[in-house]
Design a protein. Structure first.
Length: 126
């Protein structure tokens, strides 16, 4: 077998994964104004059941004014926490582990939503 350890558990600084298969961050469109939805939870649980040891959420905005409104997840306010708790619990119940991708989109936030504030470190045309 080419990758003999692929299906073996691994410990990452105390966090044990059931295997070394990681589901990468991928924007789904299954969000509602930045909140986790039932469809997003089902989507992640299906990937855990399909064999992923670690699921990474899609890009998750850390800053309200620059967050694309109706695209991707957001985590810049406590109002978003209950949805993430539900998502994490569902992933854990299915035997997986969850990882959150923190994101501030810089110029790309404006591409996703022209109304979002473009926050960049220098004065360039974005
Ligand atoms: C529809 C789609 C949405 C994606 N969304 C994100 C994202 O939110 N964050 C991120 O870091 N990468 C994102 N990616 C990149 C994927 O994580 C990347 O394609 C994946 O790691 C596979 O790597 P590869 O394309 O080099 O094979 C996205 C890719 C696709 C196709």
């Amino acid at each position: 077998m080419k990758y003999p350890h692929l299906f073996e558990p691994i410990k990452l600084n105390g966090l044990e994964l059931k295997n070394r298969i990681v589901f990468p961050a991928m924007g789904t469109g299954f969000t509602d104004m930045g909140h986790v939805t039932k469809v997003l939870i089902d989507y992640h649980v299906a990937r855990v059941k399909g064999g992923c040891g670690l699921n990474i959420t899609e890009a998750c905005s850390v800053h309200g004014p620059s967050a694309p409104r109706d695209l991707l997840l957001q985590i810049w306010d406590d109002e978003f926490i209950p949805g993430f708790k539900e998502l994490t619990k569902a992933i854990h119940c299915a035997g997986g582990k969850a990882c959150l991708q923190l994101w501030q989109g810089g110029p790309s936030a404006g591409l996703a939503d022209p109304n979002s504030l473009c926050v960049i470190p220098s004065d360039i045309n974005a």
